[in-house]
Design a protein. Structure first.
Length: 405
């Protein structure tokens, strides 16, 4: 009887060890696919470094993920900073099947990933066109309330394409893809946004559809135009007539009401950042601002961020803000301006002195006398290359000018 019990115990232990090995991410390369609208597939690639860490790749961008847990037959991959996560089962071949979930907006996108594959797209025919250069794009053409322009900036090497599309309010991140015959395919996945572009090409035009996850799509057309420029970022948002100052009063993480009239901001140059912890462009900007703030700790300079959060409760909104602060190491205050929605019209109502809140992020420059000297709409992140470097130069020169007054 004792031998039978011992044998049963050994079988149970070995079974548990086998189950654990089956339900752990295997180190190596994976090709993932998100199912968007119209039965289209949005691919991206990642590499599992260990069962507790992986890297997501988009052109030159590498996103490290180190919040991975296991429960029953599933793996839970929590995106860095953002609220989204992937939950998926792992089969005997180490392939994954599950969903990419946004809990704040109640969205779920079907997800799967194949182990041992690392190509984003698999082309069928040679590229019929080279799209390298600048393109003037129009999204939702003919729809007055929705139409807007973008500036495509692409580099092509053989069939492989990288680049981004800038708009007046930001950019579409690090795009990577191919030209397959007369068809352009581009995608990116940054942990919160899942973007896919597909278009038919000629030498000088493209016409296609832009997909955001499985909840939104719109048409776009574009033509080559090396001279095309978007509106100046400082001309879009301004203080309305009848207001001579910018002000606010919102709580910080400790529950204290913080206002621009507080002593800490007196006789200081103040940079106000309108943002959200869910916003990748805001994350890029926050990284830059946080480092700049540390480097100028001895100057008469203050930063303060006003967060507009999708989180459903105040407690979860503050949790998102704290996670952002901890992840990046932000020392300046982030105040909760709104939770439950990041609707721009509602944001403008919270800041009635502005003509509009057009973009997250928006940056407001206030001099030592409390006067608004400039408002910069949007942010040109690292994916925009030279434009990002240009933004940093302009930002630093203008802040230096304000500090010298």
């Amino acid at each position: 009887m004792r031998n039978y019990l011992l044998l049963a115990l050994v079988v149970i232990v070995l079974s548990c060890q086998d189950t654990k090995s089956k339900h752990t991410l295997k180190p190596g390369n994976y090709r993932a696919v998100l199912e968007v609208q119209d039965n289209k597939q949005l691919p991206f690639t990642f590499k599992v470094i260990s069962p507790q860490s992986l890297e997501i790749y988009n052109a030159n961008e590498v996103i490290g993920v180190d919040e991975i847990s296991y429960k029953n037959d599933s793996v839970y991959i929590k995106m860095p900073v953002f609220a989204e996560y992937i939950v998926a089962s792992i089969d005997d071949n180490h392939h994954l099947a599950g969903r990419f979930i946004n809990p704040d907006r109640d969205r779920a996108v079907p997800f799967r990933a194949e182990f041992g594959k690392q190509k984003r797209f698999y082309p069928g025919t040679e590229a019929a066109h080279d799209i390298s250069g600048v393109w003037e794009a129009v999204f939702s053409e003919g729809l007055p309330e929705d139409e807007y322009k973008g500036k495509g900036i692409f580099e092509q090497n053989g069939q492989n394409v990288t680049g981004t599309i800038r708009t007046a309010t930001g950019d579409y991140r690090f795009l990577e893809g191919i030209v397959d015959g007369n068809t352009l395919k581009l995608s990116t996945f940054d942990g919160t946004h899942a973007f896919f572009f597909k278009a038919q090409l000629t030498d000088s035009t493209m016409e296609g559809t832009f997909y955001s996850g499985n909840h939104f799509k719109e048409s776009f057309v574009a033509q080559r135009n090396p001279d095309f420029e978007l509106p100046a970022a400082s001309d879009l948002t301004f203080i309305k007539e009848g207001y001579d100052r910018f002000n606010f009063s919102f709580p910080n993480i400790e529950g204290e009401q913080i206002s621009l009239s507080d002593q800490r901001f007196e006789d200081k140059v103040v940079i106000v950042q309108i943002m959200g912890s869910w916003c990748p462009n805001c994350l890029d900007e926050s990284r830059y601002f946080s480092q700049f703030y540390k480097e100028h700790a001895d100057d008469d300079l203050e930063f303060v961020a006003l967060a507009f959060e999708y989180a459903k409760t105040k407690a979860s909104a503050f949790k998102r803000i704290q996670r952002l602060k901890t992840s990046i190491g932000i020392d300046y205050p982030i105040l909760l301006a709104q939770y439950g929605s990041a609707d721009k019209q509602a944001a403008q109502e919270k800041l009635p002195m502005l003509n509009q809140v057009l973009s997250y992020p928006t940056t407001i420059f206030i001099d030592k006398e409390g006067n608004v000297r400039k408002i910069h709409t949007g942010f040109n992140g690292p994916a925009t290359g030279d434009k990002y470097l240009e933004f940093k130069d302009e930002f630093e020169d203008f802040v230096a000018e304000l500090l010298a007054e």
